[in-house]
Design a binder for this molecule. Structure first.
Ligand SMILES: [Zn+2]
Length: 102
């Protein structure tokens, strides 16, 4: 019993000091610094993605005909949502491929 108590007393402050001081500071600095603001293509041109202009939608699809995720497409969340819906609608109307042409 005595040994366990001693171990707990010794281990607790060492861990809490390290976590409290060293871990919190870098994460806060990163959050403050953040990433540079993204330049959304549709926000800049003040347009919305539509299923008719497939040349524009083609930028947001990989060579395997997959929709590019938000982090890579550099679109804002609003326009990413619209773009995915328009791509899927264009696919349904056979204006856009489901799979790459071989
Ligand atoms: Zn946008």
């Amino acid at each position: 019993m005595v040994e366990k108590r001693i171990k707990r007393v010794i281990s607790k402050p060492a861990v809490s000091v390290k976590e409290g001081e060293e871990v919190k500071q870098p994460s806060e600095e990163l959050q403050k610094a953040g990433r540079p603001k993204r330049a959304c293509l549709f926000c800049q041109s003040k347009t919305n993605p539509s299923y008719t202009d497939t040349n524009v939608l083609r930028r947001f699809v990989t060579d395997r005909a997959k929709i590019v995720p938000k982090l890579k497409s550099n679109l804002c969340s609003k326009h990413q949502r619209i773009a995915t819906k328009q791509i899927k609608y264009a696919r349904h109307l056979a204006l856009f491929p489901f799979t790459p042409k071989v």
